[in-house]
Design a protein around this ligand. Structure first.
Ligand code: DP6
Length: 339
């Protein structure tokens, strides 16, 4: 039976975006947000979402503020996420959600991943649910698939799972960031919101791309290859399989009707830049998600040269350098106010 909370409860959490090296694209269950393939990612460190969730019986509706502005567009997904937490706690109280990103939202930098991971973790603490990280990952997945991976740090794999209820479609950490620290340079080529979000893009792909089955059939081998490369700390091997997965996902989406073209001219120029660095022996590879930013992943010894080369690419507006980071964590509410 539903009850309301007798006191107002709040908590705040920070989560970092993750970048998939072996991509998630496609859903096997829309309602439970179950993926058609497993995926593998790295969690970043200097980019973050910080989110405070405050449940309060005095509120008549959920509210969502992002970077100081009321965000009506995100409210539906926010409320759906809060509903999952409310159902777990058996409460009906509405909540105020205040969120800050230190990077552009909705431009292919996985703001939904860090956003929903932080929201689930803060909401869990605010309601005193005491969920395990795996349980948090399952709930975060329901909000946005890639958010399942941002609960954890370092190298993370999210299983597509077998169960119809999706409880085994959960992320697990493979290796801590400190065990193989890589660097990432994010080449920002546009700060506009992307035209076609991941959910719409992947559903259109599943409905119309002739390559969907080949994508599904080849994913397990790609995951095994990436896992082996990470276990062996074999950069070249990880580079080859990661670029392959990225280009395969985009080829799949390009073949949808109408075709999904997430790149702009600067994205393509940046791909050539990374390829030419690699041909000269620089340990670097690229990956690109459902947006125009290019993420160059490299060994830390090459980070400065890679960032400098990307800054010279025509159309690259900015290059953000980061390393690999830890898991989502609770923070003091005051830390958010200070952000
Ligand atoms: C290209 O996790 O944003 O970044 O589950 O519909 O919210 P929804 O999709 P989302 O998709 C991310 C797609 C990707 C690849 C990846 O992160 O694995």
């Amino acid at each position: 039976m539903s009850t309301t909370l007798d006191v107002s409860r709040r908590a705040a959490a920070q989560a970092q975006p993750n970048i998939a090296l072996i991509k998630y694209w496609g859903k096997r269950d829309l309602r439970l947000n179950l993926p058609v393939v497993g995926s593998l990612s790295i969690t970043l460190d200097t980019l973050w979402t910080r989110t405070e969730v405050r449940f309060d019986d005095a509120l008549s509706a959920d509210t969502m503020t992002l970077n100081g502005k009321v965000d009506a567009k995100q409210l539906k997904r926010t409320s759906a996420c809060l509903d999952l937490l409310r159902a777990r706690a058996g409460v009906t109280s509405r909540a105020e959600v205040i969120s800050e990103n230190n990077f552009p939202t909705g431009a292919g930098l996985a703001s939904s991943a860090s956003g929903f991971a932080a929201m689930i973790m803060a909401g869990d603490a605010a309601l005193g649910l005491k969920l395990t990280p795996a349980e948090q990952s399952v709930l975060a997945r329901r909000c946005s698939g890639s958010a399942a991976r941002s609960i954890f740090g370092g190298y993370v794999e999210w299983a597509h799972g077998q169960q119809a209820d999706g409880e085994d479609s959960v992320a697990t950490p493979l290796l801590e960031a400190s065990a193989w620290p890589l660097s990432v340079a994010v080449a920002i080529t546009s700060t506009a919101e992307k035209a076609i979000g991941s959910t719409v893009g992947m559903n259109r792909t599943a409905d119309t791309s002739p390559y969907q089955q080949a994508w599904i059939d080849s994913q397990d081998a790609d995951l095994a290859e990436a896992r082996a490369a990470i276990a062996a700390r074999d950069f070249e091997r990880l580079a080859d399989i990661s670029e392959h997965s990225c280009l395969k996902m985009h080829a799949l989406a390009l073949a949808a009707k109408p075709g999904l073209l997430y790149w702009n001219a600067a994205t393509v120029a940046a791909m050539h830049c990374v390829r030419s660095l690699r041909a000269k022996g620089v340990p670097v590879f690229f990956t690109i998600d459902a947006g125009p930013q290019l993420k160059a992943v490299c060994l830390p010894s090459a980070a400065a040269a890679v960032a400098a080369a990307l800054r010279e690419v025509p159309g690259v507006l900015n290059v953000v350098e980061t390393g690999l980071g830890g898991p989502a964590r609770l923070i003091a509410v005051a830390d958010l106010a200070a952000a």
